[in-house]
Ligand binder design. Structure first.
Ligand SMILES: [Zn+2]
Ligand SMILES: [Zn+2]
Length: 210
């Protein structure tokens, strides 16, 4: 990142998110702020198993910060993606049976000295006429803004009722009748001849039989 200023000030836990995610971007910073707020509100420790669950209403960069800081990871069953395209996250704590939903409030709203630069950059980026440099600069302004502002200016926090999501099923696997690959039994599809196949094989069959 060319901006050495924000790089120098980057907190260690954000650095860990960047290392995992591969780059720094406004989306990651959203997730970072949400994860930190959830940790503070519910005094969370990173989930070793599934005691913390995150329900993300988008599949953007933000999700990765939650994976790193909350331990709500795709392979563990405690990360649920509902791809509604909304910048909203619910974090549940199974131990305390507590849950909070964080939902982004507003568009970027500059009151600072950067306001006119921000507006100009946003216009050229939206118009598709921005240079690489201008796009980068806009991203940087957004990230700095997101990091500097009080959380409650960016997100609305609501305590929600605790509805326990199911634990990740520990289902036995069986070989698919067509390809022979081991597949979770619960995800298999019964073919017309009664044998059980994996989803891709069953779909191939249907299209061949049609
Ligand atoms: Zn990203
Ligand atoms: Zn198969």
């Amino acid at each position: 990142m060319p901006n050495t200023d924000s790089k120098r000030k980057m907190p260690d836990d954000l650095k860990r998110c960047v290392r995992f995610h591969g780059h720094i971007c406004p989306g990651l910073v959203y997730g970072y702020r949400v994860a930190k707020e959830a940790i503070k509100l519910m005094k969370l420790k990173r989930a070793v198993d599934e005691e913390v669950v995150a329900v993300c209403e988008n599949d953007s960069c933000a999700v990765d910060a939650l994976q790193v800081l909350l331990g709500t990871a795709a392979g563990k069953g405690n990360l649920i993606i509902k791809d509604f395209g909304k910048n909203a996250y619910t974090v549940l704590n199974r131990t305390k049976r507590q849950a909070y939903r964080f939902s982004r409030k507003t568009r970027y709203n500059y009151k600072s000295k950067d306001k006119s630069t921000f507006d100009r950059l946003e216009t050229v980026v939206a118009a598709g006429t921005a240079s690489e440099n201008e796009r980068r600069k806009l991203k940087r302004l957004k990230m700095n803004d997101l990091l500097a502002r009080p959380f409650e200016e960016i997100f609305t926090t609501t305590e929600v009722s605790f509805n326990e999501p199911l634990y990740a099923p520990l289902a036995p696997s069986e070989p698919c009748a067509v390809c022979g690959e081991m597949t979770m039994a619960a995800k298999m599809v019964k073919l017309s001849d009664g044998r059980k196949a994996c989803i891709p094989c069953s779909q191939e069959r249907v299209s061949r039989e049609a």
